[in-house]
Write a protein that binds this ligand. Structure first.
Ligand code: BGN
Length: 347
């Protein structure tokens, strides 16, 4: 009886030792595979190897569900964080789209951009920053909000502020940041693949986080159409920076025609605001933006934020009291261009 108990204890001991050693073996091999996987994913090369272009822009006629399915193979995280699968990206890029009532353009954008960005081996998330329907649209204020809110989601180091109706048509226009701010829209279809004037900074710009910090972001005071992009150029000048552009042969954008925007009439104050852009930079921007986030929708392939703006409160904030005296002059080309567009019924 005693002997059999002894044997049972012996057998259990052997069993426990065996189980422990197999656990150890399993743990060691798990660690080894983890290390080798981490080592085998290299940092992405400076020059991505699979670029194509020029290519043609195609409208997309499907649904968001179609795109969700199409991009499943890239395994985006909820909210639309895409990463190249073959290498470790060098930076995190937030693509910020100031947005209102442009559903068709948004679908085109979502269909057009991810494949190109993944060929460029960029880690990115698309943030659609939608201003609620009441009141006039404020594009630059939406970009400030996009920047601040994206940073609450992750530590992005590069921000690309993008019109929803501009589609790059050459992979060599790389969606990454350098130390200088970059104006990516170097050759725009609606300007016959050129620019309306040399200091035009509209459409698409890439700012590293450091530049947003240096310029206090953008002005919050441009309600309605025009001027906020000219303001940006003056802010950069104050801090001693200038936008660089890709070669025109690469920085090409398709801009399919569309109807007038509701809620975005010409801003009559824009001339005064642009004139005083330099004097407002330190108190009109990221440090004075007034908004509330009414909803954040983390979709499968992008993040959609709904933003409420209170124009009166914004204009009562420290940056709102626009000086009517001091100021720089608006270039003659900028004024001539705005007048020309207006006379052609563009707005
Ligand atoms: C300019 C607008 C820009 C616009 C371009 C191209 C103004 C302010 C004038 C001082 N600037 O005329 O905002 O991006 O045309 O459309 O209206």
């Amino acid at each position: 009886m005693r002997q059999s108990t002894y044997r049972r204890i012996q057998i259990s001991g052997v069993f426990i030792i065996l189980s422990m050693s197999s656990l150890m073996i399993y743990w060691n091999s798990y660690q080894l595979t983890r290390q080798t996987t981490e080592i085998s994913i290299k940092i992405c090369p400076k020059n991505p190897p699979f670029l194509v272009g020029p290519f043609v822009f195609h409208h997309f006629n499907g649904t968001l569900e179609d795109l969700n399915n199409k991009y499943q193979k890239y395994k985006p995280e909820l909210g639309g964080k895409f990463k190249p699968l073959e290498c470790k990206p060098r930076e995190k890029v937030a693509i910020i789209i100031p947005y209102r009532e442009r559903q068709r353009h948004l679908m085109d954008f979502l269909s057009h951009m991810p494949p190109m960005l993944l060929r460029q081996q960029v880690e990115f998330t698309i943030f659609v920053i939608e201003q609620d329907p009441l009141g006039q649209f404020n594009r630059a204020l939406m970009t400030n909000v996009g920047y601040l809110e994206a940073l609450k989601q992750d530590n992005y180091s590069c921000f690309i502020f993008h019109d929803v109706d501009m589609y790059p048509i050459n992979d060599n226009n790389i969606y990454k940041c350098s130390t200088s701010p970059r104006h990516l829209a170097a050759a725009v279809e609606k300007w016959k693949f050129g620019l309306p004037y040399p200091d035009y900074y509209g459409g698409v710009v890439a700012y590293p986080k450091t530049v947003m910090e240096k310029t206090n972001g953008f002005s919050n005071l441009y309600f309605g159409w025009g001027g906020e992009d000219d303001d940006l150029g003056f802010r950069l000048a104050v801090v001693g920076l200038k936008c660089v552009r890709p070669a025109a042969v690469y920085g090409r954008y398709a801009t399919p025609v569309h109807g007038k925007d509701k809620g975005c009439p010409l801003n009559p104050d824009r001339f005064t605001l642009v004139k005083n852009a330099k004097s407002r930079i330190w108190y009109d921007g990221l440090n004075s933006v007034v908004y509330t986030v009414s909803k954040i929708e983390k979709k499968k392939i992008y993040t959609h934020m709904h933003i409420t703006v209170d124009r009166q409160k914004q204009e009562e904030s420290p940056g709102g009291s626009v000086s009517k005296t001091a100021g720089v002059s608006v270039t003659r080309q900028q004024v001539r261009f705005a007048t020309l567009l207006f006379s052609q019924g563009y707005f």
